[in-house]
Every structure is written in C-alpha cells, then in structure tokens.
Design a protein around this ligand. Structure first.
Ligand code: ADP
Ligand code: MG
Length: 247
C-alpha cells in the first residue's frame, strides 16, 4: 500500500495582485484526514483553497506535497499531482447531461496524466449513474453539487479541496452531499472542506481549523470547541477569552 502522504503548508503568504490575504498560514494535513476549515467571512478560507490549487499569487512560504514544494505551480500540474478542487458555486455545464459533463471533465483533464473514467465515478455515486442521461441544469441543487464533486474525483485525487458545498442546499440535500464526502473519506481520500455550516462541518470532520485574517488561530478536535464559541468568534472576531479584538 502506498504510504499516506501529508500536505504541509508553511508560512504561506498569498493574495490577489498586490493584495495580501493569507498572512503566514501554517497547516499540516495528514494523509487520509478530513479537515474542516472554518472562520468568519473574508477570513481567507476560499483563498487558501485556491492557493493550494495554484489560483492566486504566492508571496512566500511552502506547500510541501510528496517531497516537493508545489507552491506557485499551475493548477493543471497540481491536479496531476493528485490534488483536486471543487470551487464554490455551480461549475457544471447545465445543458449537458451528467454523462456529458463527466466526459467534459475527463477531456479537460487529458494532460494531467491521470486515469479518468466515468464508470469509476458511477460506482462511487450511484445517484449520478441513475441520472446519467439527465441534463445537469435540470437536477436538484444537491444532485448538481454531487456532480461537481464527481467531476473533481474523476481523476482519482489523493486530496480533495471542497469550498462550501452546502450553500443553497436543503437540509436533505446537504445530508446526501456530506454522506458522499464521508464515503470518499472512508475510501482514503484526504479532504479539506471549507464550510459555513459549522454544525454539519463539526459532525463530519475529524479536525477543525479556524482561519482569521489569513492566519490559523485555532486547530484542534471538533469536540474541543463549542458551537457557541464558534458563533462568538464569527460575530466578534475574537476567540472566547481573547483580550483584544483584532482588526
Ligand atoms: N479575486 C479576488 N480579488 C481580490 N480580492 C479578493 C478576491 N477574492 C477574494 N478577495 C478578498 O480576499 C479576502 C478573503 O476572501 P475569501 O478567501 O473569499 O474569504 P472567505 O472564503 O474566508 O470568506 C476578502 O477580503 C475578499 O474580498
Ligand atoms: Mg469563501
């Protein structure tokens, strides 16, 4: 069996143009772990995922993955290294069927030196198999979110970065999407999930990491932080017991 691989983020600084958003992020993600990344709006959660996937300007620091620093590499190369990204919002092709969407995803990945096939995805997501001829845009929000995840796992990544998959979904649909993430995790996938639905995130993740102003300010087990403490942090920008507000 292949050794578990860790993703090691060191003093990562990144942003958009001259704008610095990540101000020295340190984070170790052991292979196979399911990590929930939380924090107030604008904390830099999406920016961190985008940075891990090569979509921002890196100002400094390292992203160590399989013995090399992938910080600054292009998304396609990062994908080829086994890290895949499900961005926030819809990014399927609404007037194509599920089958065609997966075919498109496989097509766009053709240079990534990865094995991509629809049957693999249909085994993982029987719901999509049943819907293979349905136009993506005619499916429910939950089914479309599953399709987004499926398009990202088509190339059999080791690490899945998922940004706010629950936005706009009904509680039932959220349940289905999270169940699928848990199944991928049970199969060995490392998952870094950004989620505003903290209750749900705390249920599924093995570890919680809280970001504020582009830095990790808390890192621990979900059971060691309460819902109230998280709410307070999101409201005031302060952790309970912290002396000064940070602006
Ligand atoms: N493409 C962009 N260009 C410039 N600034 C951006 C861009 N995307 C996000 N930002 C800014 O970066 C900061 C962090 O945003 P983001 O990472 O989306 O936060 P979060 O996901 O934690 O809510 C915000 O101040 C936001 O306005
Ligand atoms: Mg975000």
């Amino acid at each position: 069996m292949e050794a578990k691989t860790n993703l090691l983020v060191r003093d990562l600084r990144a942003g958009y143009g001259n704008l610095d958003i990540l101000n020295g992020v340190d984070l170790d993600v052991p292979g196979g772990q399911f990590v929930a990344l939380m924090g107030p709006n604008g904390a830099g959660k999406s920016t961190l995922l985008k940075t891990l996937y090569g979509m921002t300007s890196i100002k400094g620091g390292n992203i160590d993955w399989r013995g090399k620093n992938i910080a600054g590499q292009k998304s396609r190369a990062i994908l080829g290294e086994g890290i895949s990204f499900v961005p926030q919002g819809r990014c399927n092709f609404p007037v194509m069927s599920v089958d065609e969407n997966l075919q498109m995803a496989a097509y766009t990945l053709r240079d990534a030196k990865v094995k991509a096939d629809r049957d693999y995805v249909y085994d993982l997501f029987p719901i999509l198999k049943k819907r293979r001829a349905t136009l993506a845009g005619n499916m429910s929000g939950g089914e479309q979110q599953l399709l987004e995840v499926a398009m990202a796992v088509l190339q059999r990544p080791k690490v899945l970065l998922v940004d706010e998959p629950s936005v706009g979904l009904s509680p039932a649909a959220i349940g289905i999407v999270f169940d699928e993430l848990l199944r991928l995790h049970a199969d060995g996938m490392t998952i870094l999930l950004v989620e505003q639905n903290t209750k749900k995130a705390m249920e599924v993740a093995q570890r919680a990491v809280i970001l504020r102003l582009g830095q990790v300010i808390w890192d621990g087990l979900p059971k060691d932080i309460t819902h109230d403490e998280l709410g307070e942090l999101f409201l005031t920008g302060k952790m309970r017991g912290e002396a000064d507000a940070v602006h």
